[in-house]
Ligand binder design. Structure first.
Ligand code: IMP
Length: 178
């Protein structure tokens, strides 16, 4: 089992780059159909979603826009529960078909805070695409329309996700090894 070490912890290979690419492509195909005439606005939540958002957006062949916001609630391998907005939204959301792009929906805290703020601006529709979903970790139930992989409640890194800043550059996803 291929392993990597980041800071003080070992991680084992969990999802390969090719299995991720396959899921990203099928989500993009679905989005191309569902939003065909809707010129959707993708809002990717930094930092973790940058790789997923880029790969997904490249496979979107319909007219679409993308912008980025930055929110964070994680310190190390635990959610602090406290959300900080570092880069705000610079796009008009009113009457737009909005698709939020997230790396992981874990406790649901980030989207529980952010979705009502967006809803307030009256988008035509509001959906979420998440590469990973940890249903067992959910505290705030969030409807995720497009899910790459549902995974158990375990800490993962790679493909944009980090452990204290490291691991984002790995093309595969690794899980914390006991
Ligand atoms: P939530 O607000 O608890 O749903 O968590 C959302 C954010 O926490 C995600 O967008 C990630 O950036 C981060 N996060 C959650 N789980 C993990 C993980 O297993 N590895 C790395 N980051 C994570």
């Amino acid at each position: 089992m291929p392993m990597i070490r980041l800071h003080d912890k070992n991680f084992e290979l969990y999802l390969t780059a090719s299995s991720i690419a396959e899921r990203v492509n099928s989500i993009a195909t679905q989005i191309n159909t569902d939003f065909a005439t809707k010129k959707p606005l993708f809002i990717a939540i930094l930092n973790g979603s940058f790789m997923f958002a880029a790969d997904l957006f490249k496979q979107v062949s319909i007219d679409a826009e993308i912008c980025f916001i930055k929110m964070a609630s994680y310190k190390g391998t635990k959610s602090s529960g406290q959300l900080v907005t570092a880069i705000g939204l610079d796009m008009e959301v009113f009457a737009r078909h909005v698709l939020i792009v997230e790396d992981i929906v874990d406790t649901g805290n980030t989207l529980h805070e952010f979705l009502p703020q967006l809803q307030h601006q009256q988008p035509a529709s509001l959906q979420v695409a998440a590469l990973l979903h940890k249903p067992e970790a959910t505290i705030y139930p969030i409807q995720v329309r497009y899910i790459g992989f549902s995974i158990p409640s375990q800490f993962v890194v790679g493909y944009g996700l980090d452990y204290n800043g490291l691991g984002r550059n790995r093309p595969d996803i690794y899980r914390l090894s006991e």
